[in-house]
Design a protein around this ligand. Structure first.
Ligand code: FAD
Length: 462
């Protein structure tokens, strides 16, 4: 991956890549980036079950979360929430102040509902396209005022990028997998969740080294703040976070966190940005980096999609019905549906993912205004995939909640160990950017082999 290679090259003369060099196997260290340091004495057992997401290829998402690439800015997000002739309104995480989150999506739905209420006349009928967190919150806000609403959803389920599954009475998530925790320690969604806390562990040549998650999060927050402060002070144009870390000197920090070496902390910051945006560090803006890095969070143990179905209540809902065209004029809005029917309403809130808008899967008549089309093009839509791997028994003996495989080419570099959190012998792998893209090309057997290769450093040493 570019950052690693660049760091390696940059560090060759400065001592920056000690960890990477130390991680090489064999008596004569080769200049390789292979991330797996200690040779495990036993191999990783076959998983008993493996579940995976595939948001990248999902035609109703076409990616995972929005982010601001180099050259874009928050005004592009503002343009995504344009209202068209007070007939067509837009919501969804990409339009929000907290992009890439369930919380942001829901807030955007409430905001769009308020805009509709400002514009509407009594007796207006409102359609909402999409039954994710944004659509559900918009529906809840409008129906609370007694407004006539219908929600139209292309999938045969509600939740969108909240994809709750159940196995033997245990709920788990293949979309949004963690939730922000408020200052008062409550989770921002009415669902059971366990705090994501404990230690982070990283493999190095001597074995595993650790630091507390709170310390690593604080280091990431500090790095993010310093990087964007440095970047906006430069008189030149915006640059990507990989270049920014190198040019600012932050990549050469010598501050360790717990036992985790300084350069590994830098690489884990890059990994946090990668899984928050689904983008590679060479694409992410330094001026407008993701905001949620290092936030306290919790892992849902209840059914997260119940938050969406709870907000929808008994609002009329058309499932398995895609909207293919939106035509609007002074008289109202006409929606063409995949069922061959059309439906007339007075206002519509469009909450489909940015990837769907980028693909032009909904035809607008008149076409979307140029600033909006330009914003759809400018705002990035990254790739994140979740892999949940269950084992008959844990083969690891670390009780660290987060495992980080940074410093190499690991396709899935972040692992959540559920043993200390819920007691299950389950690991949750999160891949972003190129790593996520690589996963989508693999069959289940090849993915299982990859998982076993990546987890080798964590096999309990006897
Ligand atoms: C892998 C992954 C990991 C994530 N991790 C986190 C996390 O840890 N924490 C967090 O807070 N957030 C996370 N997110 C982000 C979070 O899931 C989203 O921000 C949020 O769920 C988006 O809600 P939304 O309503 O904007 O969009 P969606 O949930 O995508 O809802 C839009 C709906 O529109 C429907 N639709 C699409 N096209 C049409 C059409 N033509 N006609 C009708 N309906 C249509 C879709 O099927 C979908 O149901 C993650 C997302 C992914 C994919």
């Amino acid at each position: 991956m570019p950052f690693t290679r660049r760091t390696f090259l940059l560090g060759a003369g400065t001592g920056m890549s000690l960890l990477v060099l130390a991680a090489c196997t064999g008596p004569e260290p080769e200049p390789t980036l292979t991330p797996v340091p200690p040779t495990p004495r036993e191999s990783v057992p076959e998983p008993s079950q493996l579940w995976r997401s595939n948001w990248t290829k999902d035609p109703l998402s076409r990616g995972a979360v929005s982010y601001l690439p180099v050259g874009s800015n928050p005004e592009d997000r503002a343009a995504l929430r344009s209202r068209l002739d007070d007939r067509v309104f837009f919501a969804g995480e990409a339009t929000s102040e907290a992009p890439g989150t369930v919380r942001g999506a829901a807030q955007s739905g409430a905001r769009a509902a308020r805009e509709v209420m400002d514009a509407m006349a009594d007796q207006d009928r409102v359609a909402i396209i999409g039954a994710g967190a944004a659509g559900a919150e918009a529906a809840r806000t409008l129906t609370a005022r007694g407004i006539d609403v219908i929600v139209i959803e292309a999938r045969d389920r509600v939740g969108g990028r909240i994809d709750s599954r159940e196995d033997d009475g245990v709920f788990f998530e293949l979309g949004a997998w963690k939730l922000a925790v408020d200052a008062d320690d409550s989770v921002i969604a009415d669902v059971d969740a366990v705090p994501l806390e404990g230690a982070v562990t990283v493999p190095v040549s001597e074995g595993l080294v650790t630091a507390t998650l709170a310390d690593v999060d604080a280091a990431h927050q500090g790095m993010s703040a310093q990087l964007s402060t440095w970047a906006v002070e430069q008189s030149t144009a915006d640059i990507d976070i990989e270049t920014g870390l190198s040019d600012s000197g932050l990549a050469a920090t010598d501050t360790t966190v717990g036992d985790i070496p300084a350069q590994t902390v830098v690489l884990s910051f890059v990994e946090a940005a990668r899984i928050a945006t689904g983008a590679n560090p060479t694409d992410i803006s330094t001026w407008f980096p993701p905001t949620a890095i290092g936030e306290p969070s919790a892992i849902p143990t209840g059914q997260l999609s119940s938050v969406v179905s709870g907000s929808l209540g008994d609002v009329p809902l058309a499932l398995s019905t895609a909207v293919t065209a939106v035509a609007y004029d002074d008289d109202g809005v006409s929606l063409r549906l995949s069922t061959g029917e059309s439906r007339s309403v007075d206002r519509v809130i469009v909450t489909v993912p940015l990837g769907v808008l980028k693909a032009g899967a909904i035809e607008f008549d008149p076409p979307l205004p140029l600033p909006m089309r330009s914003a759809i093009d400018a705002v990035g839509f990254g790739q994140v995939e979740v892999v949940r791997v269950a084992f008959d028994d844990p083969f690891w003996d670390t009780d660290a909640a987060v495992w980080s495989l940074v410093g190499g080419d690991a396709e899935i570099a972040t692992w959540i160990n559920l043993v200390p959190l819920t007691g299950e012998a389950v690991l949750l792998g999160i891949a972003g950017g190129d790593g996520a893209a690589a996963l989508t090309e693999l069959g289940d057997d090849a993915l299982s082999q990859m998982v076993r290769r990546l987890l080798a450093p964590f096999v309990a040493q006897t």
